[in-house]
Design a protein around this ligand. Structure first.
Ligand code: NAD
Length: 292
């Protein structure tokens, strides 16, 4: 079984490392945060004293970090040379496309193989091993990664060249951010019109308004019992993370001259919510902004 170094053992990285361990891989982890290291140790993950030690002798390095600057800082910190030549570097963090491509360039200049492989499915999917991986990089690297990613996910899509995984991730989440606001607006209007939430749901969920934000993640309590609205809007997928992804989509749109007026507006609405203190609530709590 390959040795896998897992760098970043937070909300997502730890359950992913645990699933690699359960699949029989030799896993060595590292996180800069003492609390994350304690949680990983308690979960049975072997820890290295630093990132360079973790990647020594590794066949695969999996990073799961908060942002692109941290990924690039880690790549230039020496881990690309501390790992054996030909090591496969998989970055599953959600980061901007430009940083993802820069990370590929750094890895390849150091003689390493690399993929960007962000995920959707959240902490629940990470724990259950049912994540969706969106992968960018060459076919040979993808083929090498597939059995490893299969221990953590149920759907693995090769999206194309370097950065294509991150491109797919931000495009998908731009749809999600916009569609959640659209669904929330409809429920707010229904309230004003005296139409019950259940009636709107019964019609729209089987009509042309049907979408994931409505049928799986309904932003009002009642129609979808498992949605965060029934649980005080506990995340789920936090509004702060939605804002991060919408901001990444807008940076990419600006840099590539794509016209995304609704993505822009959705980012502004989420920014308002996060600045008002809503960042730790589920992103479906955006309906509260619309009721103000
Ligand atoms: P998190 O903040 O819980 O975990 C990130 C971890 O990285 C932290 O424990 C931090 O200490 C560690 N870290 C930072 N710099 C490091 C370094 N140089 N070396 C080692 N460890 C380092 O974040 P998360 O929720 O696990 O998210 C990780 C990534 O996954 C983010 O890019 C996020 O956007 C993405 N993501 C999150 C979710 C979700 O629902 N949480 C869903 C999909 C994608």
């Amino acid at each position: 079984m390959p040795k896998i170094a897992c760098l970043g053992l937070g909300n997502m990285g730890l359950p992913m490392a645990i699933n690699l361990l359960k699949a029989g891989h030799l896993v060595v982890g590292y996180d800069v945060a003492p609390a994350a290291r304690d949680a990983a140790r308690a979960a049975g993950i072997t820890l290295a004293p630093d990132a360079a030690t973790a990647v020594a002798g590794a066949d695969v390095v999996l990073t799961m970090l908060p942002n692109g600057n941290l990924v690039l800082d880690l790549y230039i910190s020496g881990i690309l040379t501390a790992a054996p030549p030909g090591c496969l570097f998989i970055d599953s963090s959600t980061i901007d496309v430009a940083s993802a491509r820069a990370a590929h360039d750094l890895a390849q200049k150091a003689g390493q193989t690399s993929l960007d492989a962000p995920v959707s499915g959240g902490v629940g999917g990470a724990s259950a091993g049912t994540l969706t991986f969106m992968v960018g990089g060459d076919q040979a690297a993808f083929a090498r990664a597939e059995p490893i990613l299969a221990a953590m996910g149920k759907k693995i899509v090769h999206c194309g060249h370097n950065g294509a995984g991150q491109a797919a991730k931000i495009c998908n989440n731009m749809i999600l951010g916009i569609s959640m606001i659209a669904v929330s607006e409809a429920f707010v209007l229904a309230e004003k019109l005296g139409l019950s939430a259940q009636s709107l749901f019964d019609v729209a969920s089987t009509s042309s308004g049907q979408c994931w934000s409505l049928t799986t993640y309904c932003p009002v309590p009642g129609p979808v019992p498992a949605s965060p609205a029934n649980n005080g809007y506990q995340p789920g997928f936090a509004a702060a993370l939605m804002l991060k992804d919408l901001a990444l989509s807008q940076d990419a749109a600006e840099a590539n001259h794509a016209h995304t007026p609704l993505g822009h507006h959705a980012a502004e609405i989420y920014r308002q919510f996060v600045e008002a203190g809503g960042g730790n609530q589920d992103f479906s709590a955006i309906i509260k902004v619309l009721r103000m």
